[in-house]
Design a protein around this ligand. Structure first.
Ligand SMILES: [Zn+2]
Length: 186
C-alpha cells in the first residue's frame, strides 16, 4: 500500500491528469472561469451554459409532473478538499480501506466534475432517488437537453452509482471538458 499516494491526494499534491487507485479512476478538471458562473440560489452557482439548458429541461419536466432541482453545482478545490476528507475518522491519516471507500463516491480535490461548473447534483443524494419518477424522467429525457448521468451503474471508472449527478455536454465547449472521461467510459 502506497501511503504516499493517500497523502499526496489529501494534500492536493497530485498533479497527474488521471488518478487511478484500486480499480477506481478519477480525471482531473480545471476550475471553470468565474465569469461564466451564474447564481442559482444562496448556496449554488453553475456554469451559465448548463443553467440555460437546465432551466429548459426543468420546465419540460414540470409539464410532465417531475420536479427536478439543483442541490449542488460548482465547487472550488478547497471545498472539494473538505468534502473528501470530512468523513475520515483520522482526517490527516485515514486507513486505506476508508480511503478506497471514499474514492468511490467522492472525488479528491482537483478531480471533481463539480470544479467545471458543468455538473450538478439534483434532488437527493440518496440511492433511492433512482426509484423516483424524477430519475426515470431524467433517464428518458435528459439527453435531449444535453445532460447525461456521469456515474451510472457499473461505470468503467469504478465509481459508485450516483443517480443524482448529471453533467452537461450540450455545447462543444462542455463536451470537450468531459471528452477524456466520456471516451474512457465507452
Ligand atoms: Zn456530484
Amino acid at each position: 500500500m502506497d501511503n504516499n499516494i493517500i497523502q499526496r491526494i489529501i494534500n492536493c499534491n497530485y498533479d497527474e491528469d488521471k488518478f487511478e487507485y484500486s480499480g477506481i479512476v478519477h480525471f482531473r478538471y480545471d476550475k471553470c472561469n468565474e465569469a461564466d458562473l451564474i447564481t442559482v440560489d444562496e448556496e449554488n452557482q453553475v456554469h451559465k451554459d448548463l443553467y440555460k439548458a437546465f432551466l429548459t429541461m426543468q420546465a419540460a419536466a414540470k409539464k410532465d409532473g417531475a420536479d427536478i432541482f439543483i442541490i449542488s453545482g460548482f465547487r472550488s478545490r478547497a471545498e472539494q478538499k473538505i468534502i473528501f476528507v470530512r468523513k475520515f475518522k483520522d482526517k490527516v491519516n485515514p486507513s486505506e480501506q476508508e480511503f478506497v471507500k471514499r474514492l468511490k463516491f467522492s472525488a479528491p480535490s482537483s478531480f471533481s466534475e463539480h470544479h467545471t461548473g458543468l455538473a450538478v447534483d439534483v434532488n437527493s443524494l440518496f440511492q433511492n432517488f433512482a426509484k423516483t419518477y424524477e430519475y426515470k424522467w431524467l433517464v428518458e429525457n435528459a439527453e435531449k437537453y444535453g445532460f447525461e448521468n456521469s456515474f451510472p451503474k457499473n461505470n468503467k471508472q469504478g465509481l459508485g452509482f450516483e443517480p443524482w449527478h448529471w453533467r452537461y455536454v450540450g455545447t462543444d465547449e462542455a463536451e470537450k471538458v468531459f471528452q477524456k472521461a466520456r471516451k474512457f467510459q465507452q
